[in-house]
Design a binder for this molecule. Structure first.
Ligand code: ADP
Ligand code: ADP
Length: 226
């Protein structure tokens, strides 16, 4: 559970390119916000700055009024699912899901229990001994989600998490993510370049273009515009 605030955040890469310009964005506790815009408009950069994977050139980011811009990723209580899933290929599904909890020093019995519970919720509890290469695309996507939710993060970031699925699975996974959001009651921030996808998910949509936040509103209001 967390609110997130970007305050005049700018990112200029080392080569001089300004990927995000003066971003002001308030995301409420438990909100499901979709960040949408064409490829290259600065969506991934914004998520990576929030997660602490990319430095900020100027401005600040707050989580629950705590300034996190200077904190390392592990102290931000945030989990992120990447487009490529980034599963560890040599580890089983169980080990993939348990890894971050082991790093945090969570006791073994708790890890067992939390991984089993998350895996059951996602319908992957029979796959725990498999390696990623023995899974379908849809199953890998669930493992990536599972690996993030076992940590009980206060904010859950997703960067085009469904783009590697076929159209039918994508529709199903969208509905499941909406349900998962309701069940977890955690702040979700979801990045996509797909406007249709943006309209079917989330409670508010933030539209970005060329590094600038252009509009932020409910899907209904954005739809109704002439
Ligand atoms: P999106 O997620 O919306 O596709 P990104 O945040 O990945 O956009 O990228 C925004 C812009 O910044 C793009 O033009 C991209 O080429 C550029 N960019 C991304 N990473 C770097 C980097 N490390 N160095 C220079 N430019 C980069
Ligand atoms: P149902 O959809 O009938 O609830 P499932 O076994 O398909 O049963 O999924 C159980 C729950 O796990 C869903 O309600 C959803 O919250 C979550 N879930 C399943 N698959 C995914 C997925 N691919 N991505 C995110 N959440 C998922």
């Amino acid at each position: 559970m967390a609110s997130v605030r970007f305050e005049r955040v700018t990112k200029q890469y080392e080569n001089g390119y300004v990927a995000v310009k003066d971003l002001n964005l308030d995301i409420c506790d438990r909100e499901f916000l979709v960040l949408v815009g064409p490829s290259g408009c600065g969506k991934t950069t914004s998520l990576r700055m929030l997660a602490g994977l990319e430095s900020i050139t100027s401005g600040h980011i707050y989580i629950d009024d705590r300034r996190v811009s200077d904190l390392p990723p592990k102290d931000r209580d945030i989990a992120m699912v990447f487009q490529s899933y980034a599963l560890y290929p040599h580890m089983s599904v169980f080990e993939n899901m348990a890894f971050s909890l082991e790093l945090q020093g969570v006791p073994k019995a708790d890890i067992q229990q939390r991984v089993k519970q998350a895996a059951t919720q996602l319908g992957i509890d029979t796959l725990l001994d498999r390696k990623p290469k023995q899974l379908s695309g849809g199953q890998r996507q669930r493992v990536a989600v599972g690996r993030a939710i076992v940590r009980n993060p206060s904010a859950f970031l997703m960067d085009e998490p469904l783009s590697n699925l076929d159209a039918k699975l994508r529709v199903q996974a969208r509905a499941e993510l909406n349900k998962l959001h309701k069940r977890l009651g955690t702040t979700f921030i979801y990045v996509t370049h797909d406007q249709v996808e943006a309209m079917t998910m989330g409670s508010r949509i933030a539209i970005m273009n060329q590094g600038i936040l252009q509009q932020i509103d409910t899907p209904q209001t954005i739809y109704e515009q002439p």
